[in-house]
Design a protein around this ligand. Structure first.
Ligand SMILES: [Zn+2]
Ligand SMILES: [Zn+2]
Length: 104
């Protein structure tokens, strides 16, 4: 399994980033880009650990909260582009979407 390129340890990404709290228990792994893009998230380490509240529970969880989801996607793009070059992630995502236009 690829290591996350978005965090260097096992803690809730959002608790640390938004609240400066170090939550290390009850963590769940979240792939920033899911569905047909999930293998891409896995391969390039575009995933984070989240506590249940920030992962899969309304209203804050990223599976319910579009703003929180968008922030994660933005951070993933930044981390990816730093390593692989500007707009590289957008190009990869576009390629996957073109290969499976009905799956997205
Ligand atoms: Zn959290
Ligand atoms: Zn998830």
């Amino acid at each position: 399994m690829a290591k996350s390129i978005m965090q260097d340890g096992k803690y809730c990404y959002i608790c640390r980033k938004e609240y400066n709290i170090n939550t290390v228990s009850g963590l769940e792994e979240h792939h920033v880009f899911g569905g047909p893009l999930r293998p891409l998230s896995e391969h390039y380490g575009l995933k984070v650990y989240l506590c249940h509240r920030h992962h899969n529970e309304p209203p804050l969880g990223v599976h319910f909260n579009a703003t929180a989801r968008w922030r994660l996607e933005r951070d993933a793009k930044r981390a990816f582009d730093l390593r692989h070059g500007a707009w590289m992630l957008d190009k990869l995502i576009k390629r996957v979407q073109e290969e499976a236009p009905h799956a997205v």
